[in-house]
Design a protein around this ligand. Structure first.
Ligand code: PMP
Ligand code: GLU
Length: 387
């Protein structure tokens, strides 16, 4: 199994900083905001009330009730409590699903550019990832025709995130409807819709593919608290799924982790049903940074910059730099490009190769405006000497 490239780059940046280098890390997809105070207070209260014990494996009833309400309120999805499983992060939700649903020989269509961990999590189950890609000319969005062309009698699952990590692209209602129509026309294919960036969306209302009638019984909707509530370190994610799939995931989880932290779950239930103003304020801060960073990156000759409508990443195409050198380092691919930026500009970002897009690199703009301005200045300066 390969190491997570996002986590590896973040650690490399920390190591260089500890050696005394002034490295700006735009590598990890993690809000730089702290968890809102009212959610932290709810966890503190839960600890005082004695929420320090094991919970039911799929999650506290109170939290699953809150998730049920949220699914209906925000997504027009009707999941009952026996269809909801809370896990130690959306990452574990996806891992549970992969182990529960897949066997050796099954094919899983992953829409690329894809989030780094999908590929390895699927491979771990013994199934075969089938990559369906879109480049910057398609706003990094694949079409229903491309999906149709990739389906075989071994296809078991389709997996994607929207808003997307790493591109920030968001599939529209019409695009998702066309996916649903293709998938519904084949038997026994399931969808994992990873909606963890739901609340960081600068465009139209968020749409869940599971809200279309023709695929509602085959869709697993994954979400979590890490991004929208700035709760990465709490390790809390969840899924809504057909009851038999939820039961299988709970069985696996009962053997692996026994479930998520009790007091964290209490605070998470509170977060979903309480004032979401801080979430919307964070979204607006991300929007302002996106606009600023796009402007700065567009000012760098050779960089093709996308205009994401969600999440907190920009995913430029940097193929124009391939074959160029500063005299000591030659850039032949996106890995070289990121290594060059790390050593010559002291900016850490993640190579597109980790996301199934070899011509690109990912910048996370979950950082201060000052850090983003300084990074763009350094990147521009370092790239200007390439010939
Ligand atoms: N899916 C996507 C698309 C992500 O970017 C992340 C980020 N970590 C996850 C899932 C996993 O989230 P969590 O921290 O809840 O495990
Ligand atoms: N999802 C984030 C990222 O893509 C966090 C790191 C990880 O879980 O891989 O950077």
């Amino acid at each position: 199994m390969a190491e997570s490239a996002t986590i590896k780059m973040a650690q490399l940046a920390r190591d260089l900083r500890e050696e005394g280098h002034d490295v700006i890390s735009l590598s990890l997809g993690e809000p730089d905001f702290d968890t809102p105070d009212h959610i932290k207070a709810a966890a503190q209260k839960a600890l005082d009330e004695g929420y320090t014990k094991y919970t039911p494996v799929p999650g506290l009833v109170e939290l699953r009730e809150a998730i049920k309400t949220k699914f209906k309120r925000d997504n027009n999805l009707d999941y009952e409590l026996n269809q909801i499983v809370v896990s130690n992060g959306a990452k574990q939700s996806i891992a549970n699903l992969s182990l529960a649903l897949l066997d050796e020989g099954d094919e899983v269509i992953i829409l690329a550019p894809y989030w780094v961990s999908y590929y390895e999590i699927i491979r771990l189950s013994g199934a075969t990832p089938v990559i369906v890609s879109a480049g910057i000319d398609q706003e990094y969005k694949v079409t229903a025709d491309q999906i149709e062309a990739a389906i075989t009698d071994k296809t078991k699952l389709i997996l994607y995130s929207s808003p997307c990590n790493p591109t920030g692209s968001v599939y529209s209602e019409a695009e998702l409807k066309s996916f649903a129509d293709v998938i519904a026309s084949h038997d026994d294919i399931y969808i994992i819709s990873d909606e963890i960036y739901e609340y960081i969306n600068f465009g139209d209302r968020h749409i869940s593919i599971g809200s279309f009638d023709n695929v509602k019984d085959r869709t697993i909707t994954v979400n979590g608290f890490a991004k929208g509530f700035a709760m990465t370190g709490w390790r809390l994610g969840y899924m809504g799924a057909p009851a038999w799939i939820a039961a299988a995931c709970a069985k696996i989880q009962g053997q692996f982790t026994s479930g998520a932290t009790a007091f964290g779950q209490k605070a998470a239930a509170y977060a979903l049903l309480s004032d979401m103003t801080p979430t919307f304020e964070m979204r607006e801060a991300f929007r302002a940074r996106r606009d600023m960073l796009i402007g700065l990156l567009e000012d760098i000759p050779g960089m093709k910059v996308n205009r994401p409508t969600g999440a907190f990443y920009i995913f430029p195409d940097i193929s124009d730099f391939f074959g160029k050198s500063d005299g000591s380092m030659t850039i032949n691919n996106a890995d070289d490009f990121c290594e060059y930026l790390l050593h010559k500009a002291h900016v850490a970002a993640v190579s597109g190769s980790a996301f199934g897009a070899d011509n690109c690199f990912r910048i996370s703009y979950a950082a201060s405006e000052e850090q983003l301005r300084e990074s763009a200045r350094r990147i521009k300066e370092a790239l200007a000497v390439l010939k």
